[in-house]
Design a binder for this molecule. Structure first.
Ligand code: C2E
Ligand code: CA
Ligand code: CA
Length: 629
């Protein structure tokens, strides 16, 4: 029954289908009106020619009547054309006035067809004009079956009735049958056109829906969100609207531990919750484990509190948690993508606070946000124009306190923002996967300065260069390192490659890359040991030369006896697996002496020197009698 009602045009015509039909009908109306305008112009010209030539076979009234009739029909086609064009160009939103004109235009066309064909018929000629007009109206335009069936029937019946009234011609049985068949044909044509368009519209709708839907969670995606958010802001104004950026904490670890299926399940549950808590609002999956909502501000605190509580209990003891950043819309013309970026930034700030789950973008964040945008958009320029500079910090032998090597640390000295420490630009460049620009530039400058040093036969020592784990994904790192070292003819043992502990995963490509680099003679050092949470287990998978013990272990050296014991066991453990140790962050003699006593081989820290530009570093070494052994 439902299927029949749908086919009949009574049920299930949603906005999309209605719009599709209106669009198709207006397009067809354009063809129809243009053809009729050309036809009527031609008729008008030939009528005027006959009149001017003084045709006496027709009366003056006949000429005037026909002139009015042609002009009317021409006018109706012109009005139809204008309405159709306005709608198709998007100048009018409601199709209703255009539809009314279409009904009037169709009625005039049918009436014209009938009256012309009637006068032909009584002269014993064909009823071609009638056939042309019904085909035009019912074949080109889409009418719902519950309209087209009675209307075609009425038109055919009415014209039949007119023909029957003719005092001149009598209809034969064969003509009656032909006429009946023609009615059936036109009606079928109209029904076929309708059902064909309906199935096209439904297919189109499905395609459109799938292009605006997130495949995994079934909620809208960002294409839809951006478009819709823009319309909402333009139509309703900013009011007290707020963009929310929701980020599931610890999702990546959860995914790795529990597997993708559980990860997907978690995202689907999250999407369901967003739907449940913001049913009236616009929401979407932003990417990965991020969601966005355009909500009205009132009562969001309460809703967010409940949502965060629920998410915490999704998978107890897995660390799954929710943090939310908000950005209050201030300008209805603001690009929703930028608004989401602001909310995302606010969310990245709240991530650092253990006891907060929500914060809103404010003026302070705005300044930091713009600085970060500046960093990610200017990194290439900074490399090109020499704003990235290398500072050197000494590393000494614990026993002799002589210089054993140096660590190269990047600084960004910017004409607009001044001095930027790595803590300000490295995380942003890592987040936007641009870190390789800086790392390769640091290596290049180090090699350039080493070459100059070696040529002047200064005492040069090996240099440690920091690399991010992302560098391995972003460039062919072994090849790039080889290229730069060869370019400056640097002996491989002069470069140490520092990678942080968190980089070491069980990923075998990383292992192979590091092995390839180490095989060329470059030492591989493990940075920041103890600062992250990577498993000790991976240590046995990697071939490393030195382990750098993170400076956190020296933080409470004087107050906490336990930190000494921890340091001692780390050094012993490293010894057992034939790893040399270096402790970072050494700031006083007591620490240095202790580290030497437990067998830590190398030391680095402010006690021996802060990171300095090359010239100052050389001076520092001279004044402090810091020499290579
Ligand atoms: P890191 O590799 O662990 O570098 C050591 C950091 O500790 C340096 O900070 C250094 O100035 C600081 N430090 C050294 N001795 C002491 C001390 O005695 N006490 C204290 N409190 N701090 C000390 P810096 O230069 O700000 O670098 C911070 C981090 O930025 C580095 O940590 C490294 O992870 C990253 N970084 C620096 N340059 C680069 C680079 O070129 N590429 C990459 N990927 N990361 C870099
Ligand atoms: Ca380092
Ligand atoms: Ca370190």
């Amino acid at each position: 029954m439902n299927r029949f009602l749908r086919w009949f045009g009574v049920k299930d015509r949603n906005d999309y289908v209605n719009h599709y039909f209106a669009w198709a009908n207006f397009r067809s109306s354009i063809y129809m009106s243009v053809v009729i305008m050309i036809l009527e112009s031609w008729m008008l010209i030939s009528l005027l020619q006959r009149w001017i030539a003084g045709d006496t076979t027709r009366s003056k009234t006949w000429f005037i009547e026909h002139l009015i009739w042609y002009l009317l029909f021409f006018g109706a086609a012109l009005v139809m054309l204008l309405f159709a064009l306005r709608y198709l160009k998007g100048k009018t939103k409601s199709p209703l006035p255009g539809k009314c004109v279409m009904v009037v235009f169709s009625t005039v066309s049918l009436y014209f067809g009938m009256s012309v064909s009637y006068s032909d018929y009584i002269k014993g000629e064909q009823i071609l004009c009638f056939i042309m007009m019904v085909t035009f109206v019912f074949g080109l335009l889409n009418w719902r079956p519950y309209i087209s069936i009675p209307v075609t029937s009425f038109v055919f019946w009415y014209f039949y009735h007119m023909m029957e009234q003719s005092p001149v011609v009598t209809m034969t049985y064969a003509t009656q049958v032909n006429y009946f068949t023609m009615w059936i044909c036109v009606m079928m044509l109209s029904l076929a056109v309708y059902s064909q368009r309906l199935s096209e519209a439904t297919k189109d709708l499905k395609l459109e829906e799938s292009s605006i839907q997130d495949e995994l969670t079934g909620i809208p995606n960002m294409v839809y969100f951006r478009k819709k958010a823009r319309n909402i802001l333009l139509e309703e104004g900013v009011g007290d609207k707020v963009f929310l950026f929701l980020d599931l904490m610890n999702f990546k670890a959860f995914n790795e531990q529990m597997g993708f299926e559980m990860g997907n399940d978690c995202l689907r549950r999250m999407a369901k919750k967003v739907e449940e808590y913001f049913p009236e609002d616009l929401y979407a999956r932003f990417s990965d484990d991020h969601f966005v909502v355009l909500a009205t501000h009132n009562s969001i605190d309460e809703r967010l509190q409940k949502l965060v509580d629920e998410v915490k209990h999704f998978y107890p003891n897995t660390g799954i948690n929710l943090k939310v950043g908000g950005y209050r819309a201030t300008d209805k013309d603001k690009d929703p993508s930028i608004a989401c970026d602001h909310a995302r930034y606010a969310c990245s700030c709240v991530k650092k606070c253990f006891d907060k789950y929500y914060c809103e973008y404010d003026a302070k964040m705005d300044a930091a946000f713009h600085k970060r945008q500046y960093i990610i958009t200017h990194v290439e320029e900074a490399v090109r124009k020499g704003y990235i500079q290398v500072y050197y910090q000494p590393i000494v032998w614990a026993k002799e306190r002589t210089l054993c090597s140096v660590e190269a640390l990047a600084r960004w000295i910017d004409p607009e923002y001044g001095f930027l420490p790595p803590g300000e630009f490295i995380p942003a460049l890592e987040e936007y996967r641009l870190i390789h620009y800086v790392d390769l530039e640091v290596l290049r400058q180090v090699c350039e300065q080493l070459k100059v040093g070696m040529e002047k036969s200064n005492h040069v020592v090996p240099v440690s260069v920091n690399f991010s784990q992302l560098d391995f994904e972003l460039v062919d790192l072994p090849a790039e390192v080889e290229r730069i070292l060869s370019q400056y003819e640097i002996p491989r043992h002069m470069i140490h490659f520092e990678v942080t502990e968190s980089a070491l995963t069980e990923d075998s490509t990383l292992q192979q890359n590091l092995k390839a680099i180490r095989n060329t003679g470059v030492e591989v050092w493990l940075d920041d040991f103890g600062s992250g949470y990577s498993s000790l287990n991976v240590l046995k998978e990697y071939q490393l030369d030195v382990m750098k013990i993170d400076l956190v272990f020296l933080k409470h050296f004087h107050e906490n006896e336990k930190s000494k014991k921890i340091l001692q066991s780390i050094v012993t453990m490293a010894d057992l697996i034939d790893l040399d140790t270096l402790t970072e962050g050494v700031e006083d003699e007591e620490q240095a002496n202790f580290l030497e006593s437990i067998g830590c081989k190398r030391l680095q820290g402010y006690l021996f020197g802060k990171p300095l530009p090359l010239k100052d570093f050389i001076e520092h070494c001279q004044t402090n009698h810091l020499v290579a052994e």
